[in-house]
Design a protein around this ligand. Structure first.
Ligand code: SAH
Length: 392
């Protein structure tokens, strides 16, 4: 096996479980590597870990373990998958949902691999060419492991990361246009081929239920609402009226259908295709306010270099969102970027509140649902933050 020497001391971090090695940490970056090829990381003290290579990515190596005694083949992959599945099968919080993240990459010791299950359809995403090279040949074993861990899987559909519509069947037939799933009392039709991510944003599941618990009797505005997730739970939780805003027409149409599918009265829901910033500016002009505003934007800080622009965007968005909250109401505001964590988001809310002269009190800080486990030594994995803010 090829050896890669480290130029930076990563022994403590890697031993503690940090699974990423950047190209800049390697002594020689020019060694030719195949996508997904196994490599041994070494430092002055000797062998340190085994990982797979991703020659086209700044995250050049993803760590799989301390050594290759587990042999890192099919049997090993099946065992890791079974362990991930068993964790979900035993999680009582997932008992009333049929859409579950079975494998959360790094958080399940399977770096670069995501598997989301919608009813009996597994949707697979490889996080880059290295992950595809390593995991691709092991996917039949991964499927067996997931079944052994307690989940029925009829087909596996692999999607190209970030490219809607592009994918291929790894096993079974291509998925139908719509797969019906349950999330508590909410029902969705999920389009795993053309929908965003793998079809749904499963990480916000618990936060959607939480929002539902706050919605009774309230006028609710769900910004960046996608296919209606937060709206459905608000409606089921007794919201007087819900407005869903998203810039993607297909998502907004699906939100309307999911509202009906969940047995809710269509006269209590308004689905709007609009830019959230523009909608909020319009609401401000019209003096329109809501008792509960949910604000779940896409990441404005996908890279650390985007941070200054992201700070300004989150500040502006939260200032507009706070303005749309009636006095005594609530704002649930989120960030899904590890570069924009709890501290950054809290600071953005503080600055926004000062700017629009409103008082904001943080009542709760929440993260991703439990089927998105976080390695304690890998803070980058803790990417989702949601603040519950009381607004005076
Ligand atoms: N809250 C959703 C997930 C939101 S993901 C849920 O729980 O399912 C972010 C959403 O923002 C996507 O649906 C995307 O279409 C939408 N979006 C991106 N930019 C937008 C903009 N400027 N205005 C409104 N929606 C936008």
């Amino acid at each position: 096996m090829i050896e890669l020497a480290l130029a930076v001391d990563l022994r403590r971090a890697i031993t503690a479980g940090h699974p990423w090695v950047y190209d800049r940490a390697l002594a020689r970056r020019s060694i030719p590597l195949a996508e997904g090829q196994l490599v041994r990381l070494v430092d002055r003290r000797g062998p340190l870990a085994i990982g797979y290579a991703d020659p086209g990515s700044p995250i050049r190596v993803r760590v799989l373990g301390a050594d290759d005694s587990g042999n890192l083949g099919a049997e090993w992959a099946a065992k890791r998958a079974e362990r991930a599945a068993a964790l979900r099968a035993a999680d009582v919080r997932l008992a009333d949902t049929s859409a579950v993240r079975l494998i959360h990459g790094e958080g399940d010791f399977m770096p670069g691999l995501v598997v989301d299950l919608y009813a009996a359809t597994a949707v697979v995403v490889f996080d880059g060419a290295g992950a595809a090279g390593f995991w691709g040949p092991r996917m039949a074993a991964v499927a067996e492991g997931l079944r052994a861990g307690g989940f029925a899987i009829d087909r596996m559909w692999q999607r190209e990361r970030g490219q809607a519509g592009r994918g291929r069947a790894l096993s079974g037939s291509a998925p139908p246009e719509a797969i019906e799933i349950a999330e508590g009392r909410a029902r969705y039709e999920v389009d795993v081929r053309w929908g965003q991510k793998t079809g749904l944003f499963l990480d916000q599941r618990d936060n959607r239920a939480y929002a539902g618990g706050l919605a009774s009797g309230r006028e609710v505005l769900n910004l960046f609402g996608y296919t209606g997730g937060f709206s459905l739970h608000a409606g089921l939780g007794g919201a007087r009226r819900v407005v869903t805003v998203d810039s993607a027409p297909a998502a907004v149409a699906a939100a309307g259908r999911n509202w009906a599918l969940s047995g809710l009265d269509p006269t209590r829901h308004e689905a709007r295709v609009a830019d959230a910033f523009a909608y909020l500016a319009e609401a401000r002009e019209a003096g329109r306010r809501f008792d509960l505003v949910i604000c779940d934007p896409p990441s404005f800080a996908p890279r650390a270099a985007a941070l200054p622009a992201a700070r300004a965007a989150y500040r502006r968005l939260n200032a507009l969102a706070l303005t749309a909250v009636a006095p005594g109401g609530l704002l649930l505001t989120a960030s899904c970027s590890s570069h924009f964590g709890r501290g950054e988001l809290t600071a953005a809310v503080a600055e926004a509140a000062a700017q629009v002269a409103r008082t904001a009190l943080v009542r709760a800080v929440r993260g991703a649902a439990g089927d998105h486990p976080v390695l304690p030594a890998f803070p980058e994995g803790d990417y989702l933050q949601l603040l519950d803010v009381a607004v005076e």
